[in-house]
Design a protein around this ligand. Sequence first.
Ligand code: GDP
Ligand code: MG
Length: 441
Amino acid sequence: LSDRLSGVFDRLTKQGALSEDDVKTALREVRVALLEADVSLPVARDFIKKVQEQATGQAVTKSVTPGQQVVKIVHDALVEVLTGEGEPGALKIDNPPAPILMVGLQGGGKTTTTAKLAKRLKEKDGKRVLMASLDVYRPAAMDQLAILGTQVGVDTLPIVPGQKPVDIAKRAKQQATMGGYDVYMLDTAGRLHIDEVLMDEVEQVSAVVNPRETLLVVDGLTGQVAVEVAQEFDDKVGISGVVLTRMDGDGRGGAALSMRAVTGKPIKYVGLGEKMDALETFEPERIAGRILGMGDIVSLVEKAQETIEAEQAERMMKRFQKGQFNMNDLKMQLEQMIKMGGMQGIMGMMPGMKKMAKQAEAAGMDDKVLKQQIALIQSMTKRERANPQILQASRKKRIAAGAGMEVSDLNKLLKMQRQMGDMMKKMGKMGKGKMLKQAMS
Ligand code: GDP
Ligand code: MG
């Protein structure tokens, strides 16, 4: 595959914006990579279509080929789809005792994952955990959980032969409440295939304990089957998250993408082996790299982008030192701030700007304000941006109106640009060493 790809990239070497042809050619290879990673066909097709629209017309980073640029765009889009809401791996388990229901097909790794997760909650989060097996069909399953419990030092609910799953669930709830546990985990029975009896049982248990989390445990190597199982369970009992097991295998993990695309549920953890500590928080970046199998290209493009950004920053710095700071510069600063998630962005990295960044933040300059300011700058002509001092009252009115703002807002922006320009000039007069010292302060 790599050979084929580099062949494609050699042919696509012109610079500038990505043409539709560039994108199409590169995406043909990406499509093959996705299918080879076991991403389901409709998901791959939708994904490619979305990326195609998104990528066409985007700029190509210097020293990178269009094909490579497309791969980076694909990678970023993959990460975006794979990323669920909230903090990775976080579970809603406050208000003790919090019930966690573990569901899935037989052999998917439920019992193992229950014990792994219990261990993790105990050791990482300091939770008191109780585990209970609801698998009344295979007595060995209950013993299995008890043994794992001993192994990881987590309590299991005493086994009472002949009890129905719903009754065991009730007993677990009671025990967890009385025993002062933070969390109780219910390991349900699985079948080889989805069937009504199993689903009804899980539904009943769910109704009794009202779980805070219902985690579906599926074998990540089963690809499309895993996705169907997820959909089925979500329709019937509602799942809050997914654990993909056997991600230590050879599979490229395409099920993760299909899973996210089809169910929209967050993938919380991945199982990476049979050992009790082989459970990790799901990391979109890592799985994206694995699905695409083009990590080298992605890091190459990232490096090129970093280099360019560093060059740009240096060029800007040189201009600032000469006292040149116009509206284009200000716009770039504002955009950087949004991109870097607030005031601690590039501004915070420049000499003397740290303090100003803090002040701006304190003054409530959030993303919305930043965007409004950028809109104001965009309403100016090229000449006005380069020399904002030429703005007359009538033009100011027009510009403010054009951006849906008041003249007073524009005046504030002009003042900011002047002040920043003055500051830059002052810093330019200082020696380099002194500037550095100030930057550290
Ligand atoms: P259950 O029927 O869903 O409860 O599945 P089990 O927890 O009993 O697991 C079935 C088998 O899969 C066991 O041999 C586990 O050791 C194994 N297993 C579970 N999770 C993983 C994993 O992440 N990686 C590997 N390699 N094996 C796993
Ligand atoms: Mg089991």
